[in-house]
Design a protein around this ligand. Structure first.
Ligand code: ZN
Length: 456
């Protein structure tokens, strides 16, 4: 019996599937125009924990994750790089699949692409037009009239007035009758890709993609829809409106949302230069799974603060775990060992089934290691069994060697920082050159300097 917090009801609820021992899951996927950042990856890790926890409880999973391969940002990026859109989207889809593999995230059963499901989206928009829930704007684009869907706002709990404010912030340049309405189909524009449709050529809006593809792969009503909290409004609210208005059926039974990631207690933003990707982690010598470990130390519904120190601590913990698993196995069973094993198994399942309490599950692992009532063999067996949910790949992991920066270099860098702060830029620059001559590069970030060994 697994309990999950449902955003729709604002309660922890026992998960009851539509079909016994099966779980249909839709998780919003990446827009493939750049690398996924650590915040995106936290969401994908949480969804993987959800998936693995259900599997651990004996469920068969059917997970669908869309790949958004047509969108304003993609068009802009392809234009700026003077490359065909498909070249950009293929490249970043490849990076995305690589990232999730490195994080030991299990593959979804399907990764449908938006551009190969235009037919399904057009069909759904047609229904909404026939039902007069959608209308054609002055510019030829098709909009969803939210005043025609009385349950609008039920997921986010936003009152009408608040929605208006939210919608204005998100308002795009397309013309609509009411600021709250959102676009289903963007009419064709010169130099932009477009597809034919009975209501005029154009390209789909982002929200319709998830409604059409979830219907195709999971049916009109399915068990779980998950994503980051930032998607609750407007994206998920709009998905519900489109799907329930078109299908006249409930959309998803459980809505599970993962919280934000903070970087040094700040929100991620371009201006703060704190948008990190898995590459940044790897470049510093960390194993990508150290990030997964860090994510597991916080509950998915709490904010998690990322710092390089916390990542270092996670890497150390992971190294210690892998060291432990390599120790010799004693074969002597301890008294009451089977009983003690069962107690731990029960506690682990309770933690996981209590709305995916991974911090508690991780704490249990360390408790097991310290428990002298268990043999090494029993400890290892328990931990490797728990790893089916934790997904730290503990039977294969190798301790990462983190590049150590020599003390002398660190001192020189600190000295340079001090000079810079006192606006003594010439001697500071001389010191930087010296550091470079010794084979290290130094880079100034909002969080102080970053020293890395120069590449040969
Ligand atoms: Zn979506």
């Amino acid at each position: 019996m697994i309990k999950l917090y449902n955003t729709l009801t604002r309660k922890k609820q026992i998960f009851k599937p539509i079909k016994a021992k099966n779980a249909g899951m839709y998780t919003c996927g990446p827009t493939v125009y750049w690398h996924a950042h650590l915040g995106n990856l936290r969401t994908f890790i949480f969804e993987d924990i959800l998936r693995r926890s259900l599997k651990y409880n004996g469920y068969k999973i059917n997970q669908v994750m869309n790949i958004t391969d047509i969108d304003d940002k993609i068009i802009k990026k392809a234009g700026a790089e003077n490359k065909p859109i498909s070249v950009v989207t293929k490249l970043y889809t490849k990076f995305f699949l690589n990232d999730i593999k490195k994080l030991n995230i299990e593959k979804a059963e399907a990764y449908p692409k938006a551009t190969t499901h235009i037919k399904e989206m057009v069909a759904m928009i047609k229904i909404l037009l026939q039902k007069k829930i959608a209308y054609k704007g002055e510019d030829g684009s098709i909009y969803f009239n939210i005043s025609k869907f009385k349950n609008y706002g039920k997921l986010s709990g936003l009152k009408n007035r608040e929605i208006k404010i939210g919608a204005r912030i998100a308002a795009d340049e397309y013309k609509k009758e009411d600021a709250q309405d959102f676009v289903l189909w963007k009419s064709k524009r010169p130099d932009e890709p477009s597809w034919p449709a009975p209501f005029g050529p154009g390209r789909p809006g982002w929200h319709i993609e998830c409604s059409a593809m979830s219907k195709k792969y999971l049916g009109k009503t399915f068990d779980i829809h998950a994503g980051g909290v930032d998607l609750i409004f407007p994206h998920h609210e709009n998905e519900i409106a489109q799907s329930e208005a078109a299908n006249a059926k409930k959309f998803a039974n459980y809505w599970i949302h993962g919280e934000h990631l903070l970087i040094n207690n700040d929100k991620m933003s371009k201006s703060l230069k704190n948008i990190f990707t898995l590459r940044d982690i790897e470049e510093k010598g960390f194993n990508p799974l150290s990030y997964r470990y860090l994510v597991l130390t916080a509950h998915y519904r709490s904010k998690l603060n990322f710092t390089w120190e916390s990542l270092q601590a996670s890497q150390n913990a992971l190294n210690n775990l892998s060291e432990f698993l390599k120790t010799k196995t004693d074969k002597h069973q301890k008294t009451n060992e089977n009983k003690n094993i069962k107690i731990y198994e029960k506690k682990f399942l309770e933690a996981v089934n209590d709305d995916l309490n991974t911090p508690k599950a991780i704490a249990l692992v360390w408790q097991i290691i310290k428990d002298n009532k268990l043999s090494n063999a029993a400890k290892k067996q328990l931990i490797l069994n728990f790893d089916k949910v934790l997904g730290l790949n503990l039977n294969k992991i190798k301790p990462a060697k983190i590049q150590k920066i020599p003390l002398k270099i660190k001192q020189m860098a600190d000295e340079r920082e001090l000079l810079r702060r006192n606006k003594q830029f010439i001697p500071a620059d001389l010191l930087r050159k010296k550091i470079e001559q010794l084979g290290y590069t130094i880079e100034d970030t909002n969080y102080g300097h970053k020293i890395t060994p120069a590449r040969n």
